[in-house]
Design a protein around this ligand. Structure first.
Ligand SMILES: C[S@@+](CC[C@H](N)C(=O)[O-])C[C@H]1O[C@@H](n2cnc3c(N)ncnc32)[C@H](O)[C@@H]1O
Length: 300
């Protein structure tokens, strides 16, 4: 890793916003980033404490020395595969800003597909009762609460550190009065009589043997508790399906995110449970099968 040079980038210029963006983009590209320009802009906007869009009107402005030092450090860490979201402490998801730390998975665009399905499934219920299992940053349940003003959301996670972040996110989106946060193993912290109209989950689903093959930003920096789930990656999904039967109201919807190659196995688990109508498989915006929607039968 080479840091940005301390000399002027060219005879005619200083380290301006525009030149830093260009240099950082090229540097991050060289280090394997798929979205180097976007990342360069996010890091620079964070450094200059301004919205990203404002960088365009600051294009010819020079960075101060402290800004250059901070930017140099951020770029160095990003080039060593640290996720941008952890470097700047937040991530946009479903049009909302979520605080993130190393205690939570960085919310992914593909999970927005799950949220769209969750909102559609909850809409017919005037005061929908929603369960977000494995909530992490809270992004799924909180996005639902923001978009469904009469809904009540229960969000659970086994990690107290993750729940602390989810709590901050619920507060910053002013939905904390409608988002109940529970700590524990899957359905464990729920009351026996707790029933939901929609249960949604993005659980850990990476197979043990795949952990070593994950990209370095995921493998080295994101919590393995949020990722790893047994030999086929199905250990948690299997328990979500089994436990959902006890907490899903008749006619209620179960929505689970998974890895595309797991679709046949997850469909089979739903069928084997014997309590659901034929499930629907939903593709994400990249065209990959990503979510299963299974409605609990009204009569069994
Ligand atoms: C893939 S992350 C999803 C986080 C968030 N819902 C999202 O979509 O970005 C899975 C989450 O499940 C939690 N988790 C793992 N095992 C669990 C268990 N047995 N019971 C409850 N939560 C669990 C992890 O702490 C992690 O926050």
């Amino acid at each position: 890793m080479t840091a940005p040079p301390t000399e002027k980038p060219s005879a005619d210029g200083e380290w301006t916003v525009g030149k830093i963006i260009e240099w950082t983009t090229a540097h991050l590209k060289k280090h394997g980033s798929d979205t180097p320009r976007l990342e360069a802009e996010i890091l620079l906007a964070f450094t200059r404490k301004c919205p990203r869009i404002q960088l365009y009107v600051q294009y010819n402005e020079r960075l101060t020395d402290p800004q250059r030092a901070q930017m140099r450090e951020l770029v160095k860490r990003r080039a060593q595969a640290e996720p941008v979201a952890y470097l700047v402490g937040h991530r946009e998801f479903f049009g909302l800003d979520f605080q993130v730390t190393r205690d939570v998975l960085v919310p992914r665009p593909e999970t927005e597909t799950l949220v769209l399905e969750l909102i559609a499934a909850a809409k017919p219920h005037p005061q929908a009762r929603i369960l977000d299992l494995c909530t992490g940053s809270g992004c799924i349940g909180i996005a639902a609460a923001v978009n469904l003003p009469a809904a009540s959301v229960t969000a659970s996670d086994i990690s107290p550190a993750a729940l602390a972040i989810a709590r901050k996110n619920a507060e910053s989106h002013q939905v904390e009065s409608r988002v109940r946060l529970l700590e524990g193993d899957l359905f464990g912290p729920l009351g026996e009589s707790d029933q939901f109209d929609v249960i949604a989950s993005n659980p850990p689903y990476v197979a043990d043997g795949e952990m070593a093959t994950l990209p370095p930003d995921v493998r080295l920096h994101e919590p393995h508790l949020a990722l790893q789930a047994g030999p086929q990656g199905l250990d948690v999904i299997r328990r979500v399906i089994a436990g959902a039967c006890g907490h899903l109201a008749p006619g209620g919807m179960l929505l689970i995110e998974f890895s595309p190659e797991q679709a046949p196995a997850v469909s089979q688990l739903i069928e084997d449970a014997g309590l659901f109508d034929a499930p629907r498989l939903i593709k994400d915006s990249a065209g990959l099968v990503r979510v299963i929607a299974a409605r609990r039968r009204t009569s069994v």
